[in-house]
Ligand binder design. Structure first.
Ligand code: ADP
Ligand code: MG
Length: 223
């Protein structure tokens, strides 16, 4: 089985932190896997995901993302990887406020050169798939928190990336919505054969993943 991500002995420091956030952290993510990263607030979950996705630098070590070495990669190449092969979901939806739910989902397809009408019909189908067929023309401000996260999930999945990076996607939702959103995300990644790496500190959620790690004292421990 191929590795989607291979991290070797990375170190990460931030100027204001008295000790390195990570030291010698290694990690592998295989194709068709889903992985949870837990850890207390401030342990470095978000920074770790950002490094793996090529959005944050690191001091030493190496990261191979979909066959490309991130310590050497050009901005152009990482942009292409993001556009074609990665989906992102954050705690707060990060939807574009001037665009409707449908338009937000269309954006990744348009950026990948799909024609407008094809993108529109694929996005409408996906919107129905996430239970929001009647909300196509609603703006993010006209949706509930749970509905916005459904749109954010649809947007992350629509271009069938290889990997989705999800950073506490249920962190701002109540318990019921939180488990509905996790169910939806796990169903969709399975349906479209997308690998998922998700930061969470919800113990109930961690149990649903094939494998899980805890970020603790600058180390990544397998649970
Ligand atoms: P988590 O997602 O687990 O809550 P983060 O990765 O957001 O943790 O942050 C880990 C630590 O790194 C925190 O102490 C935070 O203050 C620090 N940190 C994060 N980003 C920066 C930055 N850009 N500059 C300086 N320190 C940062
Ligand atoms: Mg975080």
């Amino acid at each position: 089985m191929n590795n989607l991500i291979q991290v070797k002995k990375i170190k990460k420091t931030f100027p204001l932190l008295e000790k390195p956030l990570f030291n010698d952290v290694s990690f592998t993510m295989q194709e068709s896997s889903n992985i949870a990263i837990s850890g207390v607030s401030g342990s470095g979950k978000s920074t770790f995901l950002q490094i793996l996705a090529g959005l944050e630098s690191f001091d030493s070590g190496s990261v191979l993302l979909l066959g490309s070495k991130l310590e050497k990669i050009s901005e152009k190449k990482i942009n292409i990887i993001h556009r074609k092969s990665i989906g992102f979901i954050y705690q707060f939806h990060h939807l574009l406020s001037d665009f409707t739910a449908l338009e937000n989902i269309m954006i990744p397809l348009l950026l990948n050169d799909m024609n407008y009408h094809a993108a529109q019909s694929a996005s409408l189908k996906m919107l129905k798939n996430v239970g929001l067929g009647t909300r196509a023309n609603h703006y993010p401000r006209e949706l509930s928190g749970g509905e916005r996260q459904r749109v954010a999930i649809a947007r992350a999945v629509i271009h069938t990336p290889k990997i989705i990076f999800a950073d506490e996607p249920t962190g701002s939702l109540d318990k019921k919505n939180s488990s509905l959103i996790l169910n939806l995300l796990l169903e969709l990644v399975q349906e479209f054969n997308i690998s998922l790496i998700m930061a969470t500190h919800n113990l109930e959620h961690i149990k649903r993943f094939q494998s899980s790690y805890e970020m603790i004292d600058g180390q990544l421990k397998k649970c």
